[in-house]
Design a protein around this ligand. Sequence first.
Ligand code: FNR
Length: 359
Amino acid sequence: VERNGRMGNTMQWNAGQALNDLEQAAKAALPEYVYGYFAGTAGGGESVQDAAAQWGDVRFRPRAFTRTSSRGTATSVLGVPLQTPVLAAPMAQQNAATPLAELATARAVRRTGSLLGVSTNTSVPFAKIAAEGVPWWFQVYVMKDRGLSDALVERAAAAGARALLLTVDTTRLSSGGLIIDPLLWPEVPGKTRLANLLEEDLSGLPGGATEAAGDLTLDVISDLRERSGLEVVVKGILRGDDARRAVDAGAAGVLVSTHGGRRLGRSVTSIQALPEVVQAVGGDCEVYVDSGIRTGDHIAASLAMGARAVFVGRPMLWGLATGGEDGAAAVLGGLTEELRATMAGIGADSIADITADLL
Ligand code: FNR
């Protein structure tokens, strides 16, 4: 910009631009209805717009006289050691982004030392995901027919999932779900959904059995813990009181999330909810955040506000759609590099150095 003598012009480098460009490339590469499903939001998309603005409003108080030599991004979640606090959010229909679906995501996760979220609606059998050898959490939608979601949970645990991500913000599953057009996208048949439920699980059941239960109560947390022997992280919390109730009911973590703005147009944003959640749980569980995390600054701010790690959703799909495994690895690796640069700027030499006084 400077070399071209255009400093002060409207062209400014910003860290989110690379992901904006990637989204445009993905939009060009994907059938329109697939892009529409991936990018879609609830209502008028207000919470997504607000999130972008609010993350952009973060300002740091950088430290001087600090050692910033190594700037390692190593950390852990629920005791699992990772090389980065940038994690892959569970998302349905990754097979519409790339034929290998979660297998491509898993390989990107392996290359970056991250962690993989696996949706209830994955098109990939658990055994194949497990064979990739990365830590993964199974995202649970409790279904109207609890026997079905219980079967999924038991299979995920048996296959080696490290924890359960219990999504509590979606009382209607598959609303606005992807309608597969076999002419436009022949390799993604609609029936690849729910790859971990077998034909015999589903035969004879009434329609709607796999829809999300609309009557979740807190005891589901201990039920799932006992059934799976795994820790439960509650996904979709936006209030301190709900976070506290989840911890008291046995949750090992809460994920502050608006579901990427797909659940409710006019909800508070994750960045608005994060402080009250962190305060309410008071260190009794780990706190994670997602929805609108797009830059190293956003990640550093999340960690400074008390998050242990962040999940990234749509940018992973844009990476998968444009470059498969390589594209997804570029997103996770690029965001981790940006975090490293922010750490250098704010005077944090390790993840543990990213504390509230930096905001
Ligand atoms: C999702 N998300 C999601 N969450 C979940 O618990 N189960 C799921 O099956 C899905 N599926 C899904 C599909 C698509 C296409 C998107 C974009 C998102 C939500 C996801 O885990 C995460 O909360 C958000 O995507 C984070 O917001 P950003 O990073 O996309 O802004």
